[in-house]
Design a protein around this ligand. Structure first.
Ligand code: GDP
Length: 468
């Protein structure tokens, strides 16, 4: 049971704490974000730039020449899938570069550094070793935390109210209209409902919405088709007799919490020291105010998971342990000319401040940034109807044609996004943004080959620079 698990874990933690005291220090870096936020590309590019001495001037230890070497080693967790670094890198650096397959579940990679000591007498001490354990996991799983504080009736009511007005939910709402949840449970009906709800979640995600929990409905992995994933929100009937569909759904919702959500937090989340949360802010901004609103809520939800002194079972799991630094990074900044980057950074910072207020978050050091893990574009100024437009040029995924695009503009004042009603709702990034699906440019690591990324070095400095 739980108590025995926690006890064993406590002992295990003690053991590894003792051995770690005599061995090399480790940083566990969590990398998360909703699907398509850019986790796989971020990790691949970060590791490649660290190992092969890419251009990382913003990482102090690299600029000062203190990283003697960086190399991959077997990871400490034998049962967690290894992050498929070599395959992803091959895809990005092959003769016809392709985007790698996205994150579907947890994976891990250990990058070890040999470091020269800083300072005048640093050279007199031998080099030291530091291990960076990168843990990649879907942001959808993190958002599942909110389910832990809800029961099935509360969750159902909340979800149905929230999604009812959305066009993406029309199919599912029609499916449950007139449904008698007090009728006897029938597996075929449960399955059809779960599939209907999962397909709503997929459509909502594609439309730019962030609140797509239960997270495993989108990324089920080996749980696909199992009863813990065969439930859906239903309106509560007046009576819930034994054997009713409602009762069985309720039981599965509780099983999902106990057997899917809780173990994830215990086995992976509870051990993270530093965290980067990748956000496709440009995608949400392009999708419009509702998607932005939803992204803000998701960011607050994520921060709530990292809040020290959170109540209940999570505190029990984490004890005094806490994440020391959290970075919120807007990805894919190479879709914009650099003249727009400062605005994107300001928007991220404003979103984060707001999320911190909502989540009443204090504790870890936080930062917000706009990054591009892998630059797929070059900049170009184009004269158009007497105006000079700041464009980006890239090769389109579809057809391989190269072209320059004008992505449109971001608001100067983040308030225009955060309170569109007050500021007069406006559509931002409505120019060519929708068609800007670029193929990756060849990953370039050697100096003189042009910056292969945008501020990946600054992100690394914030996340791990103090330990290098
Ligand atoms: P994940 O689901 O979070 O692992 O997301 P991925 O890392 O697989 O990225 C999803 C998609 O976003 C990729 O297939 C690319 O199309 C795009 N993408 C990710 N990072 C970048 C970037 O730095 N620049 C550009 N232009 N596109 C990116």
């Amino acid at each position: 049971g739980d108590i025995a698990d926690d006890l064993l874990r406590g002992l295990g933690g003690l053991g590894s704490g003792l051995t770690e005291a005599f061995s090399d220090p480790v940083i566990r870096l969590g990398v998360t974000g909703l699907s398509r936020a850019g986790k796989t590309v971020f990790i691949t590019s970060l590791v490649a730039n660290l190992m092969d001495r890419g251009r990382m001037p913003g990482l102090r230890a690299a600029a000062e020449g203190r990283i003697l070497s960086a190399f991959l080693q077997p990871q400490p967790d034998d049962t967690v899938p290894r992050f498929d670094y070599e395959v992803h890198l091959d895809e990005l650096t092959g003769p016809a570069p392709r985007w790698p397959e996205s994150t579907r579940a947890v994976s891990e990679l250990r990058l070890s550094f040999r470091l020269a000591e800083a300072g005048l007498f640093g050279g007199m001490r031998g080099p030291r070793t530091l291990h960076l354990d990168i843990v990649d996991y879907p942001g959808e799983w993190l958002l599942d935390l909110a389910l832990m504080e809800q029961d099935y009736a509360g969750w159902s009511a909340e979800v149905l109210t929230r999604i009812e007005p959305r066009v993406e939910a029309a199919g599912y709402m029609a499916q449950i209209a007139g449904l008698d949840a007090a009728a006897a449970h029938d597996e075929m009906r449960a399955k059809a409902l779960a599939e209907g709800f999962a397909s709503y979640l997929g459509a909502a995600r594609a439309a730019g919405y962030s609140d797509c929990t239960p997270g495993r409905f989108l990324l089920p992995g080996e749980l696909a088709g199992s009863p813990v994933l065969t439930f859906a929100p239903l309106p509560k009937p007046a009576e819930t007799p034994r054997g009713a569909l409602w009762r069985e759904m309720e039981r599965r919702f509780e099983a999902y919490k106990a057997m899917v959500v809780k173990p994830f937090f215990r086995d992976h989340f509870a051990r993270i020291d530093r965290q980067v949360v990748l956000v496709d802010a440009l995608g949400a901004i392009h999708a419009g105010p509702r998607a932005v609103e939803d992204m803000r809520r998701a960011m607050a939800g994520i921060l709530a998971a990292f809040r020290p002194g959170r109540t209940g079972w999570l505190t029990g799991l984490l004890g005094l342990r806490r994440v020391e630094r959290i970075l919120f990074a807007a990805t894919k900044a190479d879709h914009l000319h650099h003249s727009e980057h400062a605005k994107l950074t300001r928007i991220m910072a404003a979103l984060m401040r707001e999320a911190k207020d909502r989540a009443e978050f204090a504790g870890a050091e936080t930062a917000a940034m706009a990054i591009g893990s892998l630059r797929a574009t070059v900049e170009e100024s184009v004269r158009h109807e007497g105006r000079v437009l700041d464009c980006v040029r890239g090769r389109l995924l579809d057809g391989g044609r190269e072209a320059a695009f004008y992505p449109g503009e971001l608001p100067d004042n983040p308030a225009a996004l955060l309170a569109p009603a007050r500021e007069g709702a406006t559509q931002w990034l409505d120019a060519d943004y929708a068609v800007m699906a670029f193929a990756p440019a060849v990953l370039k690591l050697k100096p003189g080959e042009g910056p292969p990324h945008i501020r990946l070095d600054r992100a690394a400095e914030f996340l791990i620079g103090d330990r290098l």
